[in-house]
Design a protein around this ligand. Sequence first.
Ligand SMILES: O=C(O)CCC(=O)C(=O)O
Length: 312
Amino acid sequence: MALRQFAKSRVIWVTEVPAITTFDRNVSAAALVAELDSNGCVIVERHVDDVRMQQLHSELQPYLDTAPLGRTEFAGRTSRRRNGLLTKSETCCELAIDPLLLAVCDGVLGPNCVNYRLHVTMLVELMPGEVRQEIHRDGEIYPIRHPAPPMTLAAFWAYTDFTEENGATLIAPGSHRWPQERTPEAHELVQAVMPQGSLLMYTSSVWHGSEANHTDAVRTGMGLHYSLGWLRQEENQVLSSPPEVARHFPEQLQRLIGYDFGGPYLGFVEQGNPIGLLRDGDDGDFARTEPNLNAQRETIELLSLRTVSDDD
Ligand SMILES: O=C(O)CCC(=O)C(=O)O
């Protein structure tokens, strides 16, 4: 609610209509970071062209067509899902290191970690008749009260068109600033309606979930989400892409999935930096961290977690 004064004697309350701001593909990373900070969510329309989307479909669709139906209410009993997308699609590997997206990660996650990670890769296909998903916050997987600084950045790509009727994701704009206990009312949820190739982004405290699919066609989204480098990733990326697979990825992607330190000392293997596992004849320097990581860590403001005794 916002207080608006139109004349000295006349004060009325106006309900702000929640909305997701949509930009075209020429938008700057800075504008997206600012929008995510103020509204918690944003759309870049048609970020990827039809040719690239066709390529993505030809690589991934066979896996989706053979996926089992979901076995929980959350996964959707009339939905099909696939994970481990990097091993299934070269185009997906390219999108995971999309320069605009990583520049947004720099701005959103960068202030709270020295390295961020690829958190999860997923295809979510809502089949005709699927019902509304439980509205949730992605940050719920960590035992941290909301609102919290962004722990994850969801990049949810429209693999098909997202329409009101076919189950476009429901989002509560601005909910990244709501207290832990506040859940969205019906009028606070809006759908991320967007054409194929568009990119919806939202941060970890934002309430969201898929809407019901009332059409005869599927609605498919592709999630490539990112997380702070010192948090456990949702999908075990290095088991999903073991060294013999990951050695064929671009180095930036290798590091992003976990073949790198996640911060000073975080994630070393015996010879030091795990990137060495992907290089022939690299037996490393046995360093358990890198001086630049220690220096970068010093520049990051400390987060404080509330404890029960803080409430006393
Ligand atoms: O499919 C969607 O629109 C959202 C899915 C989602 O948020 C999830 O499964 O965690």
